[in-house]
Write a protein that binds this ligand. Sequence first.
Ligand SMILES: [Zn+2]
Ligand SMILES: [Zn+2]
Length: 167
Amino acid sequence: MGTLKGFAYLALPRLSGTLERMTVPRQAKPDCPCAERPDWFRLEDDSVMRWPVLEVAEWEELRQCPGCGALWVTVWPEEIEAPPILCRPYPVDARRLRDLDRASTMRAYCLARLAEHLGELKEGKQPCRKVHCERHRLHGSTYCLEHLIAQHFGRELARLGRGDDKG
Ligand SMILES: [Zn+2]
Ligand SMILES: [Zn+2]
């Protein structure tokens, strides 16, 4: 065992690296991982913060991957201490923050966060608790998906129609 000690020490970082699917070894792949990225991801290292910034707002930034030119929206949806997330902008041809459809841009993130609390997001048979809302409530909640999104992430991220979006 004693002779293997040095080897084990060297091999460990590589082994743990293979366990994290998102971590791409710097030299192994010349291309950027943008195409394989999901619609949102949490920032895991500082590399993205060195990408060129196209536009800055209070809680948002539009950054460009130097590898492929893809744009990503950096968002701080929670506490400022938490690392930001990156979302694929919608519509895909948006080049300014003001052109963003935030409900679509943040959709995958909102669904993932709600699923963390509720498990699989499934509509039940009972109506949403909000007056005049005709959607069904989700399992594990008394609200429909859109009202849950409005409540947790802000009304501008929900797809609420007219008439059922009061309060
Ligand atoms: Zn890229
Ligand atoms: Zn509702």
